[in-house]
Design a protein around this ligand. Sequence first.
Ligand code: ADP
Ligand code: MG
Length: 370
Amino acid sequence: MTTTVPLDFAFFRRFLDRAVEVVVASADRLTELDAAIGDADHGANLKRGFTSAAEAETVAAASTPGALLTAVGAHLTNTVGGASGPLFGTVFRRMGKVLGEDAVVAPEALGQALAAAVRSVRRLGDSAPGDATMVDALQPAADAFAAALEEGGEVAEALRAAARAASEGAEATIPLRARRGRASYLGERSVGHQDPGAASSALLVAALSEATYPELAPRRQEKEEAAGADASADAPPPAPARVGVVLVSHSRDLAAATAGLAAALVGTGDPAPVALAGGLPDGGVGTSAELVRAAVAEAGAGAGVVVLCDMGSAVLTVKSLLGEGELADTRLVDAPFVEGAVAAVVTASAGGDLAAVLAAAEDARTYRKL
Ligand code: ADP
Ligand code: MG
């Protein structure tokens, strides 16, 4: 998974679609963070802004990376409400402006766009690192991206470094006293709480990093095409639904890379639906029930869903959700993660039914290496 990904329009559209997914999946958590030190609206604010941005006509009309980010930024400023609207609006618009009209963005230009966006947010909010705001996630992300490129890293690596730095920066706001925004009204009482805007910023940087995995991508496009096909009376009958595969790993990167490997081994251009529940919503290592639920909903196409887990809490979370009857038409497979995932995706892509996909994945357990 070290092939260089072009930073073209499709990349930035994947970023937007992934941003919508993570914001929706994490909205409750972001609102809880805001309830502790603000007014309990941050998750709802972002959910409203990002879901509507992905469907806005102004966004759909964009055909270059710069135009797309600019349109998203304008839309966020108009629709998010709360301080984070204009602040994230500035991030996107500023990035869009720096990227200009290029069809494919050079990694260095992305670095310049990130740095410029952080400068603009700092100016707009009169904020600096250490004030316990989104700047505490965004500044380290921009710095880590630039440093990784400077050391000769390729863009996907640099984005992963940025996502890690943003996540660490968000965590590091917990012991800080908030000096900007509503949370600053609490004074010392803001200490001990993670800043919600830093948490959401880390999610957005992680979404940018995940856009480097093209095989995760065109879910939205597929869904739109499927919806269009349903709407049209003359359209050919839809292809039979295929079994979906969900990969639950403690690590977001591991889940994504495993999906990439499986997609590469499918060989056809049309793999079965694969959805990921990798790591925690903030990019950390762990298992998130919300991400598991969202991934099962995403992968389900009507023919059932097969779940592969790595270990420990991944297995326990899926088992407990299954036990509570929360995951309809879903089966957990007793199989090694990588081998089982490949077998499941290959078999589901070939049109195997739920029993066939389960059997193929479980077979991977009996394959001896010595
Ligand atoms: P509001 O505070 O108006 O309810 P949100 O809850 O949507 O808006 O967003 C709050 C987040 O916005 C904070 O967690 C913080 O990260 C960010 N924020 C607020 N004010 C500033 C500022 N002056 N500079 C930088 N970030 C800020
Ligand atoms: Mg708020």
